[in-house]
Unconditional design. Structure first.
Length: 316
């Protein structure tokens, strides 16, 4: 009978298993919180916003509560709400607020919004050459620099301008539009220049409406106005809210167009809040007072934004 050969590990040269407790593992690296991991990609953008947006706004908020002047003052002092009380007791400020609201409602809420939607709807049914020509003309007015557009509209509305020449050719009465109706003249100029943005927004929104829905409504006998009111407008309501918000904020800050055309005149008949702030800051040297007015304008824009954001949150 043969005997089994000894196992390789049983020999004198075989490796022996270590005795004693097992070696401890190295400690695991600390885990980074998930919230911090998600915040890292947006940290550079947040830092830039704090430096170049929130920082200047905070500094302006501080200046609004001081009597800082551009010239003739060694140092400024804290005056509390005195600048704001002065503003609400100033008839020129109240007039500027009223003209700003008129300019915004006429040129943005009514003019650019309505005309942009009308152009977008008509271009949906127009031929390709007509769409190309119309879009090119409207967008050209939009991309023109604000100062250039102001000079063009000034030449159109002035006493010896294009509009009066056309009226004289038609044997209709003419007048100095920039003197008689300055706020309406600059409102029309803003409509002419800014309608392209609304047209592009609404063109994209109308292209997203399924054709089956409009075709079914047309088969059921719904006319153009009923389709627009009951189908088109509800389905593009979010685009309408976005367009209104962006147009309103842009219109509230229009300065160059009005300055080139009327400089706020005659008198103060077209002096909106941006022009009023410019006059107080750089002509009257009242930096603190002008900054307080700027904060009030920022508050008005914020109120409009809140209203539009609530509209955007509403589901169709």
């Amino acid at each position: 009978m043969t005997t089994a050969a000894p196992h390789a590990t049983d020999g004198p040269g075989a490796a022996k298993s270590p005795s004693g407790p097992p070696a401890s593992r190295p400690p695991a690296p600390p885990r980074v919180p998930r919230g911090l991991t998600r915040a890292l990609p947006v940290a550079p953008a947040v830092i830039l916003l704090l430096l170049f947006l929130a920082g200047p706004i905070a500094y302006c908020a501080y200046i609004a509560f001081t009597d800082l002047q551009l010239t003739g003052q060694a140092e400024s002092s804290f005056v509390g709400f005195e600048n704001f009380r002065t503003a609400f007791q100033d008839e020129e400020f109240l007039n500027a607020v009223w003209l700003t609201l008129v300019f915004t409602v006429v040129s943005s809420l009514i003019g650019q919004n309505t005309l942009g939607l009308a152009l977008a709807s008509l271009m949906q049914r127009a031929s390709k050459p007509v769409r190309t020509l119309t879009g090119g003309i409207v967008i050209t007015a939009w991309v023109l620099p604000e100062v250039v557009a102001g000079f063009l509209l000034y030449a159109f509305f002035r006493r010896e301008g294009t509009l009066n020449a056309v009226l004289d050719w038609l044997h209709l009465p003419s007048q100095n539009w920039l003197f008689a109706l300055p706020i309406l003249a600059v409102s029309f100029a803003n409509v002419w220049r800014g309608t392209a943005f609304s047209m592009l927004v609404y063109s994209a929104a109308l292209n997203e409406i399924p054709k089956e829905i409009t075709e079914a409504a047309e088969v059921d006998g719904a006319g153009g106005w009923r389709r627009m009111w009951h189908i088109t407008l509800p389905m593009i309501r979010r685009s309408i809210g976005t367009n209104l918000m962006l147009n309103t904020l842009q219109t509230l800050s229009v300065f160059g167009l009005i300055w080139v055309m009327t400089r706020g005149g005659p008198g103060d008949k077209s002096q909106t809040l941006p022009l009023f702030m410019y006059e107080q800051a750089f002509q009257n040297s009242l930096i603190g007072y002008a900054t307080a007015v700027a904060l009030l304008l920022l508050l008005v824009g914020s109120l409009f934004s809140v209203v539009y954001m609530r509209l955007l949150r509403t589901e169709v």
